[in-house]
Design a protein around this ligand. Sequence first.
Ligand code: MN
Length: 149
Amino acid sequence: MSGVARYHGGFRWEGVHPEPYGPELDRPGFQGIVRQRLFGRELGLAAELRYFELDPNGYTRLERHPHAHAVMVMRGRGRVLIGDRIHEIEPFDLVSIGPDVWHQFQADPSTPLGFLCLVDADRDRPRPPSERELEALRRHPELSRFIRS
Ligand code: MN
């Protein structure tokens, strides 16, 4: 388990297999996402480090949950909704998403968006908004234009 996994270029690593994201979710609400688990519980850490890549125009699900996310943008450009604010993001920006804060990442139309995401290895399940919560979020005009679901 100790050792080096070579970087192959193109955001691919030796021994790391891209996985489809979210087949376990009851409601999709996301598009064009590939996940690679770089580090996980096999090392005995209480955290996992994943690399996510969204296709151009791809987006993650709008969700919130008690676990936090620590994110470093690695590739492309996009925007992220955190709480009730939308931020432009580009490589090497650091994105902090605290417990129970609504969030959604979106790639720009012309580039993918790649980012590292650090999470607790043991974590609760993400939760999408109820119809009522979605309605409340959509009352902000800026959020209403942004949110994909
Ligand atoms: Mn999340």
